[in-house]
Structure formats: structure tokens, C-alpha cells
Write a protein that binds this ligand. Structure first.
Ligand code: GDP
Ligand code: MG
Length: 194
């Protein structure tokens, strides 16, 4: 599979109906600044489809994209941004719960973690939530270009250990070099076939 078309559909503060809803979905989750928007742009080969930012914590909305006129890619609000207060955290939690509770067409979550760091407590919470709810997820280790090949291997082990996924099931991805893009497209294709 390749991505031959991609366009922005809408931004939602609260998840609900939108034009075309009912197609299969793939969602992108991860902490703020992990590279969700960059991954969406590189996957779709568009520079500014999803807004990226050097300042973390900006994407508080659920952004919906239509890919190949066939399925929706959902950019979920990031978590773990240090500067949000309790009220905002609670709001984030409600929005996410509302999304996962409502959406029946979600086929997989792309769970992003930074390849350079061990997963955070928030990452672990997210993964255990996905496991509990039975939502399939694909672990993607972002910013792979920041490490050498040798370093990469060394960093993937603690990530696989902590998230309890097989190291070979983690896709090392770089939005800058396109590394991991074919593997991710294969995984998305397989998820969409379910
Ligand atoms: N070197 C490198 N930087 C990246 C990569 N992906 C994202 N970034 C940078 O990380 C920052 C946050 O990226 P963004 O996509 O906005 O993260 P989001 O908050 O998860 O959507 C930006 O400065 C990006 O340029 C990558 O694969 N390699
Ligand atoms: Mg973003």
C-alpha cells in the first residue's frame, strides 16, 4: 500500500460526528512532541498537512485526515506535556475516553515513543489502557535518525521490555529520512484488512 491522497477533514474539541465518518480508522497517539504530526506528514508525503511545532503541547484537538479516499487517520491530542494543569489533564482524559468509547471503526493505534528515551509513566498508562480495551496497537519508535544503527538496537530493547512488545515488532521511524515508512505502511494495511 502507498498513500496516494491525503487531506485534512476537521478538528474536533469533542469527538462526534463529521463528514464521512464511518470509514475505518487508524489513530496516532503519543506524548506531546514525540513526532505525531511529523509522522503523519511524512507518511502522506506532505509538508504541512498536520501542524508540527517546536513548542510541545499545541495540538489539543482531535485532527481528522482522509487518506486514499478510503480511511481516516486520527491525530490524537498528545499527553505528558509538563506545563498543563490538573484541569487540562482531566479534560484530555475525558476527550480520549470519549473517542475510544464512541469509535467502532478504529482498527489500530500507532503508539509513538521516542527512540532515545525509555517510555514514560504516561506511555505505560496509554499502552495498558489499549491492552485493557483490546485495541490493537503498533509501536513506533520515532526520531530514529537521531541515533546510529548500533545505538538504535541498544535503545529498542528497554522500550520493548517496558512496553512488553517484541523488539522486532517495534518500527523504528524517521520523519526526516523516511526510514520505517514501508514497514509502517505494511502494518497499517494489515490493520485495515481487519
Ligand atoms: N530529527 C527528527 N526530528 C523529528 C522527527 N519527528 C519529529 N521531529 C521534531 O520533533 C518536534 C515535534 O514534532 P511534532 O511532529 O510536532 O510532534 P507532536 O507534538 O507529537 O505532533 C518538531 O521539532 C519536529 O521537527 C524525526 O523523525 N526526526
Ligand atoms: Mg502534533
Amino acid at each position: 500500500m502507498d498513500i496516494i491522497s491525503a487531506r485534512f477533514i476537521t478538528s474536533l474539541a469533542e469527538y462526534g460526528t463529521f463528514p464521512g465518518r464511518g470509514l475505518k480508522q487508524i489513530a496516532v497517539a503519543g506524548k506531546s512532541n514525540v513526532g505525531k504530526s511529523s509522522l503523519i506528514n511524512s507518511l502522506c508525503r506532505q509538508k504541512a498537512l498536520a501542524k508540527t511545532s517546536g513548542t510541545p503541547g499545541k495540538t489539543r484537538l482531535i485532527n481528522v485526515f482522509l487518506l486514499n479516499e478510503a480511511f481516516h487517520l486520527i491525530d490524537l491530542p498528545g499527553y505528558g506535556y509538563a506545563k498543563v494543569d490538573k484541569r487540562e489533564k482531566a479534560q484530555w482524559g475525558k476527550r480520549m475516553e470519549n473517542y475510544f468509547a464512541q469509535e467502532r471503526e478504529l482498527r489500530a493505534v500507532l503508539q509513538l515513543v521516542d527512540i532515545r528515551h525509555e517510555p514514560t509513566a504516561d506511555d505505560l498508562m496509554m499502552v495498558s489502557f489499549l491492552r485493557q480495551t483490546g485495541i490493537p496497537f503498533i509501536t513506533v519508535a520515532t526520531k530514529a535518525d537521531k541515533l546510529s544503527r548500533a545505538q538504535r538496537h541498544r535503545h529498542l530493547l528497554p522500550i520493548s521490555f517496558s512496553l512488553q512488545v517484541q523488539p522486532q515488532d517495534i518500527i523504528a521511524y524517521s520523519s526526516q529520512t523516511g526510514e520505517g515508512r514501508p514497514a509502517l505502511l505494511n502494518a497499517i494495511e494489515a490493520a485495515l484488512a481487519t
